[in-house]
Write a protein that binds this ligand. Structure first.
Ligand code: ZN
Length: 391
């Protein structure tokens, strides 16, 4: 049953691809930053027909049966503040760039939505174009907090991935992207003359020990079989070579793949920061700025998608998980989720470049690949069980 539905969707998709390719080029040529994607939303809306607004600049369109819990397929509207260097004829010249594949995801979802109008879906399809995936406030967080989608049975997405081989998809059960929190550390000491350190309490030395001590967080406090990372990306202190300042600051990112590790890591980080600073006669505080939760693939939907992938011409790639993060993780608070990574490594005529690189440019064929992966995810999440049991 699900195999037939997928076959029908894939056949209808072919008719929608030429328009989707030209839409992709127009989207790519006119990138806009998070929460300001007005022109982008207009282009998508014209291609879809009737749409409704969601979370500011976002939009949703619904197709399929009136009854039943919808499956939302998510794409992202926003671009990055990057000066494009692809040299493509449709390259953007406004200081922003679709360097994360969002142009491809949007065009593919438009093709899938239009193809779905000719298929008999078991559950409604919600084509969800969220704003602001790359910046805060996160579009997904707003959508989940406002319960803007109503009742949904599942939320799925496909994202291009430079490290997954071309022709493959990665569909692993469980966590595939990490939770992401930011930590802001402030160490207060006592200022003074650099020549008389014994009359001061040096916050720079204390902060230096804090930064080193924090590197024991992942190695000593986290189960070695659980991935996590703490990186300090910023320090700031002082204004003169011969002055001990009153305070020193640092900022970093703290990530965990397993949701149960998130809070204990924060607590341990706080302990290390406060106690290490105290050992140097200073007082430290740590503020946590909560970012996105881990992205977790529902095991049953992932198993269905793995079984269906060959029907869409995909091989299933070896496991791909990382401590990268995606605000897609927020949808886990709403319904079971599935994120499919679509391979770009070795794609025709493309360099192997990371996401967010100024020359990152998926080929036109990636629109078809992403649309087919979205179709697999949609059918897998629509509750139809796969034809073949999975290994
Ligand atoms: Zn990105």
């Amino acid at each position: 049953m699900s195999t037939e539905l997928l076959r029908a969707l894939l056949a209808s998709l072919e008719d929608e691809l030429p328009a989707a390719l030209s839409l992709r080029e127009r989207l790519h040529a006119n990138p806009e930053p998070g929460n300001a994607e007005h022109g982008t939303a207009r282009l998508v809306s014209e291609a879809l027909g009737a749409t409704g607004p969601v979370a500011g600049t976002g939009l949703v369109a619904r197709v399929g049966p009136v009854e039943g819990r919808a499956v939302a397929v998510r794409a992202e509207l926003d671009a990055l503040p990057i000066e494009e260097k692809t040299g493509a004829p449709f390259a953007a010249g406004n200081g922003f760039m679709h360097a994360c594949g969002h142009d491809v995801h949007m065009a593919a979802l438009t093709a899938l939505f239009r193809a779905a109008r000719h298929s008999s879906l078991p559950a409604p399809l919600l084509a969800l174009y969220q704003p602001s995936e790359e910046t805060y406030p996160s579009g997904a967080e707003v959508i989940v907090r406002e319960r803007a989608l109503g009742e949904v049975g599942a939320v799925v997405a496909a994202h291009v991935h430079p490290d997954v081989p071309w022709g493959c998809v990665s569909v692993e059960p469980g966590p595939v992207n990490a939770s992401c929190d930011y930590i802001h550390i402030t160490v207060e000491g006592e200022g003074g003359h650099g020549a008389y350190p014994h009359r001061a309490r040096d916050p720079i030395l204390a902060l230096s020990h804090v930064v080193v001590a924090l590197q024991s967080l992942v190695s000593r406090r986290l189960d070695p079989m659980h991935p996590g990372v703490l990186s300090i990306g910023r320090t700031r202190a002082g204004s003169a070579d011969n002055v001990i300042p009153e305070r020193a600051e640092a900022g970093g990112t703290l990530r965990a793949l397993q949701p149960e590790d998130r809070e204990p890591l924060r607590q341990s980080a706080r302990e290390i920061v406060e106690a290490t600073a105290r050992a140097h006669g200073c007082v430290a505080g740590m503020e946590v700025i909560e970012g996105e939760p881990a992205t977790i693939n529902d095991p049953a939907i992932a198993a269905s998608a793995r079984a269906l992938a060959p029907e869409a011409g995909f091989e299933v790639a070896p496991p791909t998980r990382s401590c990268g993060s995606d605000d897609f993780g927020f949808y886990g608070g709403l319904a079971p989720t599935l994120m499919v990574f679509v391979g770009l490594d070795g794609a025709p005529g493309t360099e192997h470049l990371p996401l967010h690189h100024p020359r990152f440019l998926p080929p036109p064929e990636a629109v078809r690949a992403v649309a087919r992966a979205q179709a697999v995810a949609l059918v897998a999440a629509s509750g139809a069980s796969p034809a073949e049991p999975t290994s």
